[in-house]
Design a protein. Structure first.
Length: 108
């Protein structure tokens, strides 16, 4: 189990068991919950990444570890830290800023 993932870090996570239209199979995700929350509770809020690029208003394209990815903001969720696997890296600060801008517009 990951103890203290930091906001903006990218991890592999296991979404199974999933239901209906939820994303399936182990995939990367970006931690979006604040560090204070990540340090004090057993869950984190994540945005899953998808290799299928969709030019939808609620998905952002980003390059992660040399691969084009889609940040699936329509699939944002809170997960137990035990679903997190190895850390892959960190989202570029400019991409993290774009991600938070999109999330703010989605929830306002």
């Amino acid at each position: 189990m990951v103890d203290f993932p930091k906001q903006g870090s990218i991890y592999w996570f296991d979404p199974e068991p999933s239901k209906g239209a939820e994303l399936r199979k182990i995939r990367p995700c970006v931690i979006v919950s604040p560090d204070e929350m990540n340090n004090n509770i057993k869950t984190v809020i994540i945005v899953p990444l998808n290799s299928t690029i969709r030019l939808w208003d609620f998905r952002l394209k980003a390059t992660i570890a040399g691969n084009d990815s889609s940040l699936a903001c329509d699939q944002i969720r809170s997960i137990d830290k035990s679903r997190l696997k190895a850390q892959i890296g960190n989202l570029k600060p400019s991409d993290l800023e774009r991600l938070f801008g999109l999330l703010q517009s989605m929830f306002s």
